[in-house]
Design a protein. Structure first.
Length: 182
């Protein structure tokens, strides 16, 4: 008669989580979510096959349902997710004001250029007015690029320390989560 061995065959129930994130954060999530008890779901698709249009990707995780400190780990995980969102918001804010300023300068330049076109096509042509309006028109078109670059550079210098502080907060949250798992 043969014997059936039950050694090591204890059932483990999992809870599952699917995250759609920016592709640039995929490594950060794959490295950090294990600190909150999650592991990449081996039954899910491979990372390369999960890429979406628009720079997003889907990650699939699983976690033991009977994990200790689950409430605190979930709170830390939410803190982690909010830090990532704050970093994204700060990154986007680098170019917001610069884009608005560049567009406004470009519109003013285009308006001057339109005035110059109307001045030269008038009957009789107003060549002097055309020249006077064309100069700020071209200047507006050219200056918008330089203003954009200058404002992005200035805003980046202001925002970078805040982003670094948020990254330190992320690492601290992950460290606390990892300490709860031990």
């Amino acid at each position: 008669m043969t014997e059936v061995s039950n050694v090591g065959s204890e059932y483990v129930g999992y809870e599952y989580k699917t995250k759609e994130i920016l592709r640039e954060h995929a490594s950060l999530y794959l490295d950090s979510y294990p600190c909150f008890g999650w592991e990449e779901d081996p039954n899910a698709e491979v990372v390369q096959e999960r890429a979406h249009i628009g720079g997003y990707t889907t990650l699939n995780f699983r976690r033991n349902r009977m994990i200790c400190n689950k409430v605190e780990l979930t709170r830390l995980q939410r803190n982690f997710d909010s830090c990532i969102l704050e970093i994204d918001r700060l990154e986007k804010s680098k170019a917001t004001l610069a884009t608005i300023a560049a567009i406004l300068i470009g519109i003013v330049g285009t308006t001057c250029m339109a005035g110059a076109v109307f001045a030269v096509t008038a009957e009789p042509p107003l060549v002097m007015l055309c020249i006077l309006l064309a100069i700020p028109g071209f200047a507006g078109w050219i200056a918008s690029w330089f203003v954009y670059r200058m404002l992005v550079r200035k805003r980046t210098e202001e925002i970078q320390p805040l982003i670094e502080d948020k990254m330190e907060e992320l690492y601290e949250v992950c460290r606390k989560g990892k300490d709860l798992l031990i």
